[in-house]
Design a binder for this molecule. Structure first.
Ligand code: ATP
Ligand code: MG
Length: 452
């Protein structure tokens, strides 16, 4: 089923198919020294094969903003088959929009043929015109470089670095927005958000990551159209969750998602729990501080090169709603604290997962982390000592420390669990015995002597 073909007038009325604004090498600072060797190899091979070859998207944008890009995507007028024919180490991927992955030892370089406008939903039979032998003679999914530029989301993402002369081609006034440090949509913002509501999240994420402002016309529709995010496939939102929260700018992204009314469409139960915070201070109440501290810790870990897992932030986001639900369950039924927490964990997680997929390998440990929380209040006995050995101890302990922000855990209890981890096994045994160790415990002998 085909959608009407959108037409996006370029923001710059002077730009036409034969005249992008071309910024010569002397007028910009994108340097080959900052482009990966493999990407350069691919670009030169395409050029020597007689094709156009450009870096486009985040790679050009980040270099212009003096950031090191995480990868370089290449756009060309060669068809995927033509690209593949040039490289021994290439594979065709993707069903509808076939891309070529050129594989190197330490990197995969993605090469895409210029894409046309509005063909996203054409089934492959409609898309391709075949000759009698079944060879593709025309593929409607492909287009000119200018069409390829217009179908991108933001002007700063639609700049093309040309390997032929190191110039930058600009069809949509992306350079102006790079200089103004501004995220602006290509074409009418509302139309572009309706086509793909994830663009709202992308705008906020890129603004947070790169310290850009969102143009007022790009920001304005968000409050109205945020609800369109509710029907985005949950698996796609999980991919986006990872980009927003697990790449080192989670705190800033979270603040901006809330500011633009988008967070509630990602974590509705968490947003409702935050809204009910009755201890609001200057920077929001203690619930917001709890979340923000977790996000800051995650950013810090990434900055230090430490591993992060999405299960932890999901658990942080769901902790409040799970507790509320567990309390409600306890009021109505005869459930134990532990059982109420287990049932609430399942319910709240199931609701959230309908919005954003969380694969089982994360959701199972996440619920374990939540369920362990009541066990921290017991410091004595075997159940307390084996908690230290639990495979979710570390994550559960990190959550315990964060909970001191909420005031639902005394700081003294968190401090005790912090300290107990630093002790020798012998000293730990003594702690778990309530300060009384075995016969080899000198402290005990001393107190025994005193009381004798
Ligand atoms: P990052 O540095 O986080 O990877 P990016 O801009 O490179 O940011 P990608 O998801 O890698 O983001 O996308 C590459 C390019 O594809 C973008 O720069 C943009 O031109 C285009 N693009 C990505 N997502 C969309 C979208 N939803 N709508 C239109 N164009 C998009
Ligand atoms: Mg990218």
């Amino acid at each position: 089923m085909t959608h009407p073909i959108p037409t996006y007038p370029p923001n710059n009325p002077e730009a036409t198919a034969d005249s992008p604004r071309i910024i010569p090498r002397s007028d910009h600072h994108v340097s080959r020294a900052n482009i990966s060797r493999n990407a350069l190899k691919v670009l030169y091979r395409l050029k020597d094969g007689g094709y156009q070859a450009f870096i486009v998207g985040g790679g050009v944008r980040d270099l212009l903003l003096n950031r090191q890009p995480k990868d370089f995507d290449i756009a060309t007028d060669a068809s995927p088959e033509q690209v593949k024919a040039l490289f021994g180490n290439a594979r065709l991927i993707g069903r509808r929009f076939r891309l070529v992955h050129v594989r190197f030892r330490d990197e995969i370089v993605e090469v895409a043929t210029f894409r046309g406008l509005g063909n996203e939903d054409l089934e492959s039979e409609d898309r391709q015109i075949l000759d009698d032998a079944g060879r593709i003679i025309k593929d409607n999914s492909f287009g000119s470089i200018e069409e390829d530029a217009w179908r991108r989301d933001f002007t700063v993402n639609a700049l093309y670095y040309n390997i032929a002369d190191f110039s930058i081609w600009d069809f949509v006034d992306g350079m102006r927005d790079i200089e103004a440090r501004t995220i602006r949509l290509i074409g009418d913002p509302e139309t572009r958000y309706r086509e793909d509501p994830v663009r709202m999240i992308r705008a906020v994420r890129l603004a947070a990551k790169l310290g850009l402002q969102i143009h007022p016309e790009a920001a304005e529709p968000m409050a109205r159209l945020g609800r369109l995010i509710d029907s985005v496939p949950a698996a796609r939102l999980f991919d986006e969750f990872l980009k927003v929260f697990e790449t080192g700018h989670a705190l800033e992204s979270y603040r901006r998602l809330r500011e633009h009314g988008l967070f509630e469409h990602l974590f509705p139960a968490t947003a409702a729990w935050l809204a009910a915070d009755d201890s609001r201070g200057e920077a929001g109440g203690c619930r917001n501080r709890f979340i923000e501290r977790a996000l800051a810790n995650t950013d810090q870990r990434i900055a230090e090169g430490l591993p992060v897992t999405p299960m932890f932030l999901f658990g942080v986001f769901l902790w409040g709603p799970v507790q509320d639900r567990a309390n409600a369950l306890r009021r109505t039924g005869q459930l134990s604290e532990v059982q109420a927490l287990i049932d609430a964990g399942i319910e709240v997680t199931d609701q959230q997962i309908a919005r954003i997929t969380l694969p089982r390998r994360f959701s199972v440990p996440m619920r374990e982390m939540l369920q362990l929380q009541p066990r921290f209040s017991r410091r004595q006995g075997r159940r307390a000592s084996v908690l230290l050995e639990h495979r979710r101890f570390r994550a559960a302990y990190d959550l315990l420390v964060l909970r001191t922000e909420l005031g639902d855990v005394p700081a003294e209890l968190a401090d005790w669990w912090t300290r107990v981890q630093t002790l020798s096994p012998e000293e730990q045994r003594r702690e778990f015995n309530g300060g009384r160790g075995g016969g080899r415990n000198p402290q005990r002998s001393r107190s025994a002597e005193q009381s004798a």
